[in-house]
Every structure is written in structure tokens, then in C-alpha cells.
Design a protein around this ligand. Structure first.
Ligand code: AHR
Length: 512
């Protein structure tokens, strides 16, 4: 039976080979720059996302620099993390910054009521987080507590971080070991204010936001960009209200959309051993996001034609049923080839909307949901998602280029149908022509012919990420099961033809 299936698949692939997809990069029609912040990360006080996964404390046997584990920080540095959002998520709306400053022994333990009801020791607070950001060389995006904090508390936190002169808060910061003000690039006012951040209506949130934004002050030249919480699951009315009422006071409105295979929060679907129907349903989500982004852009183009308000996507990624045997409040899940393909599809969508989408943050960086790194005590694994991020490094700050595709077949199963090929091209910051491709079909390779400006291409080289099965994963006993492999192709008779393997991500440098 297996043999018959293989034969049929081969026959289909051969039949398809007669009709290659044509792809033409329009290198002479540069689009917007792809903000490197689209490759941002998110780390929340949730499960082992911060504690254990990143912070082990200065007394740990696990090698660390001032408490932050060296192996994980080194791996993340290789991703050139452009921006890191912290401390949540839902946790942000119950976080009180004063709990996390001063001598460690005197910090008050609290209950993390959002995630598992565990003790939050407050060992990681402002100074520790800013040290992590320094070690990573990343911009910082702090999410302030609108849900259960006060305007004064938020204003004082920002003053503590940025005050230059001899104020009481600057003195306190100095006494705690930091002389110079920090640079804070982004400041979120509330998180999911429609839900865990306070169950607000958009008009109520808009009023709250106006008040809070008024007091989010910092010295000239060090004012963070203010970020407003977006509506539930890309809801349009929220964007309509905010862009009409507070557009002059926000740098961006930020959205969240998770990819649940079943779309059912009670039974989301398994991270491994899933049926093909859940491969396609998961990979269909970025297409939905694409459609919604177009609608949000229409609203913003009407209310903010000068394009002062950006769209951020500060939480995205897969969300599966928790790993059996783990605390469901810790959001532990495995990460497979499906997650790598899902990442590439998100990147392509964000690139496509790069004139408005200026930041995106995967949820989350370590050990939580679609993590790029997974740890267990002193061990660490780089997930397929990590490799998808690494392969797309050249797209940071690249200039997007339109891609003409013809003959792309649909990949259809049950009620879902998505294009079998997703593509995105750009001119990298170093001038190289780069192309990212993903074959979403797990069963059939996709032959294609590549041109630039309608002319043939000499060669391509780059990296291919694929695996034997849809749910192939890296684990401690097989950390390199899903790992990029070198890929090359050269033109023959003036035609550059290549086969994009089934269920793969391919990032290429194109030599015209
Ligand atoms: O990333 C996990 C949670 O998902 C975040 O805390 C929240 O903002 C979202 O609902």
C-alpha cells in the first residue's frame, strides 16, 4: 500500500514537472524596506520562558553571565534579535515594576495569576531585563500595566528608566547600579485590553489610552514609540475606533493572532503526530492574516493617509495542546517542521505588508508556545523555528521586491485550500538579490523556473529546510534532525529550473 502511494506521488510529481511554476522577480520595482523588527521576539514571565529557560541566577552551575544562561543567549545572539518584548502578555497587566528592583533578597514573591498560579520571585526585574537586552544587543519593547496598575506607576517606571538629571527616581536607579538612563525604543500601553488586560470596549480603551499616553513622558531624544493594544483576533471595529480617536498619539496599533490547527481553544490539536488535515489548517492561518491585514490597511489608509501609525504584530505563532505531563498553564509544546513552514509563511505576509507592518514578535522566545529555543535543565535544543529565523536573516532591512508567480497549483485538503507555493523576494542590505520560497504541500515537490525582470538567471545558492515527516522535530537525542542544508542550482540552456522539495523552506541568493 505504502509502495503504491509512493508510486502515485512520483507520478503526480512527474506530471507536475511538465508544468513548472514560473517566478519572475521584478528587481526594478523596489517596494518598502522590510523592517528588521519584523523578526522580533517576545519573552513573558510564563512557565520556563524566563526562569530556567533564560535566567538561572548567578549561583547556578549552568554557565551564565550575570544570571542569564550563556548557551541560550549565544544562540539568540546569532539571530540578531532586533527587538524583545517583555514582561508580557497577560502577565504585563499584573506586573508592578517596583517588585523587581533593589536587592534580590528583598524582592516580594507574588503569585503569577495569569500563568499556572506559580510564585513569581521577581528575581528578573528591570535591571536584569535591560542587562539581557544589552547582552543580546536588541532594542527593548516594554509593555506597561494598564490593566491593574496606575498612570502614576507607569509614569514613574518610565522616569526611572530614562531620567537624566538628579531626580529622586534617577537617584534610586543609580543606587540600584545603573548610572546612565537606558534607551527604551517601544512602550506598550496595556496588552489584549479587550481580554486579559481588562475586557474593555474599544471606545473605553481609547479614552484610557489617551490619558496614559499623556503621562508616558521621557526626555527629548529618548521617547519610546507608544504602542496601542489591538482588538481581538484582528477585529476591525477596534482599529476603526482607535485610528479615528487616537491616531496622533500612537506610533502603532498591535495585533495578536495565533495558529490553532482546530480553531478550537478547548482542543487545539497536537504539536506532533498530527493528521495532514491539521498541517494544512495550521498553514492556512497566515493566509487569513494576509486578508485581515489588507482590511486593517484600508481602515488606516482612510484614517491615517500620512501613514504615521504602523501595524505591529507583537504575538504570533502556533498554539497546540500542551505537551502531555506538563502544567497546562506553562504552554509547553513541541516544535516541528510544520512550525518552520508556518514561520516562513508569516514572514512572507509581513514582507508583503511592509509599508505598514513594522514589527512582529514570535510567541515566544524560549520554552513557550512556538519557541525558537527549548531547554531542559542544562540542555538546549534549537527548534526548526529557530532555523527558519536564521535562514531569513538577510531579509532584515532588505528592500522588498514584487514577485510575479504563474501556474502555482493549489494545495487542497478537506475544507482548506492554500497556494502550494509562497514566495517573497528582496534586495538585501548588502545588495544581494534574495528569494524565500515555501512549498506547503507535504506530498509533492514543486518544479519552478526562475527569472529576474523577465530574463534568465545564472545560478542560485542558499539553504533548504525540510525533513522526512511533517512533524519532524529536534530533540535532545536528535538535535539536528531538522537543520538547513546547502542548496544550489545552475542554469542550463539559459533556463534556471529547480525543484522545491515537498514541505520545505528554501532561502536563496539569486545570481542574475
Ligand atoms: O503568549 C501567551 C499569551 O497569549 C499572552 O500572554 C497573551 O497576550 C496572549 O493571549
Amino acid at each position: 500500500m505504502k509502495h503504491l502511494f509512493a508510486t502515485l506521488a512520483l507520478a503526480a510529481a512527474t506530471a507536475q514537472a511538465a508544468e513548472p511554476v514560473k517566478i519572475n522577480i521584478q528587481a526594478d520595482q523596489p517596494g518598502p524596506v522590510i523592517a528588521r523588527q519584523i523578526y522580533g521576539q517576545f519573552g513573558e514571565h510564563l512557565g520556563a520562558g524566563i526562569y530556567e529557560g533564560l535566567w538561572v541566577g548567578t549561583d547556578s552551575k549552568i554557565p551564565n553571565v550575570r544570571g542569564w544562561r550563556t548557551d541560550v543567549v549565544t544562540a539568540l545572539k546569532a539571530l540578531k534579535v532586533p527587538v524583545l518584548r517583555w514582561p508580557g502578555g497577560c502577565f504585563a497587566d499584573e506586573y508592578h515594576w517596583r517588585d523587581g528592583i533593589g536587592p534580590q533578597a528583598q524582592r516580594p514573591p507574588r503569585v503569577n495569576t495569569s500563568w499556572g498560579g506559580v510564585i513569581e520571585p521577581n528575581s528578573v526585574g528591570t535591571h536584569e531585563f535591560m542587562d539581557l537586552a544589552d547582552q543580546l544587543g536588541t532594542e527593548v519593547y516594554i509593555n506597561a500595566n494598564l490593566g491593574s496598575g496606575t498612570v502614576a506607576e507607569m509614569a514613574q517606571w518610565l522616569e526611572y528608566l530614562t531620567a537624566e538629571g538628579d531626580t529622586a527616581l534617577a537617584r534610586e536607579r543609580r543606587a540600584n547600579g545603573r548610572d546612565k538612563p537606558w534607551r527604551i525604543q517601544y512602550w506598550g500601553i496595556g496588552n489584549e485590553s479587550w481580554g486579559c488586560g481588562g475586557h474593555m470596549k474599544p471606545s473605553y480603551y481609547a479614552d484610557q489610552y489617551k490619558q496614559w499616553a499623556t503621562f508616558a513622558k521621557a526626555p527629548r531624544g529618548n521617547r519610546p514609540k507608544l504602542v496601542a493594544s489591538g482588538g481581538q483576533e484582528l477585529e476591525l471595529h477596534w482599529t476603526e475606533t482607535l485610528s479615528a480617536e487616537i491616531k496622533d498619539r500612537m506610533a502603532a496599533i498591535t495585533h495578536h493572532q495565533y495558529s490553532l490547527p482546530t480553531r478550537d481553544w478547548k482542543k487545539k490539536g497536537s504539536a506532533v503526530n498530527f493528521p495532514e488535515s491539521e498541517w494544512i489548517s495550521t498553514l492556512a492561518v497566515p493566509q487569513t492574516i494576509d486578508g485581515y491585514l489588507a482590511k486593517h490597511r484600508e481602515i488606516l489608509d482612510r484614517n491615517d493617509p500620512a501613514k504615521k501609525v504602523a501595524i505591529y504584530f507583537d504575538e504570533w505563532g502556533s498554539w497546540y495542546d500542551p505537551e502531555p505531563g506538563t502544567d497546562p498553564g506553562f504552554l509547553v509544546q513541541r516544535n516541528t517542521l510544520r512550525d518552520a513552514v508556518l514561520s516562513a509563511l508569516h514572514f512572507h505576509v509581513f514582507h508583503r505588508h511592509a509599508d505598514r507592518v513594522k514589527m512582529a514578535n514570535i510567541a515566544q522566545m524560549v520554552n513557550v508556545l512556538q519557541a525558537v529555543v527549548i531547554t531542559d535543565k542544562e540542555r538546549m535544543v534549537l527548534t526548526p523555528t529557530y532555523h527558519a529565523f536564521a535562514m531569513h536573516l538577510p531579509f532584515m532591512d532588505a528592500t522588498s521586491l514584487p514577485v510575479q508567480l504563474s501556474g502555482v497549483p493549489d494545495y487542497t485538503l478537506g475544507k482548506y485550500s492554500i497556494p502550494a507555493l509562497s514566495a517573497s523576494a528582496a534586495k538585501a542590505a548588502d545588495g544581494k538579490l534574495i528569494l524565500s520560497l515555501s512549498n506547503t504541500n507535504p506530498n509533492q515537490p514543486l518544479p519552478l523556473q526562475l527569472a529576474v525582470g523577465g530574463k534568465g538567471v545564472r545560478a542560485v545558492s542558499g539553504q533548504l529546510l525540510t525533513a522526512a515527516t511533517m512533524d519532524a522535530q529536534n530533540w535532545y537525542d536528535a538535535p539536528d534532525r531538522v537543520k538547513p542544508q546547502p542548496f544550489k542550482a545552475e542554469a542550463k540552456g539559459g533556463v534556471l529550473a529547480l525543484n522545491v522539495p515537498a514541505k520545505s523552506v528554501l532561502v536563496l541568493e539569486v545570481q542574475p
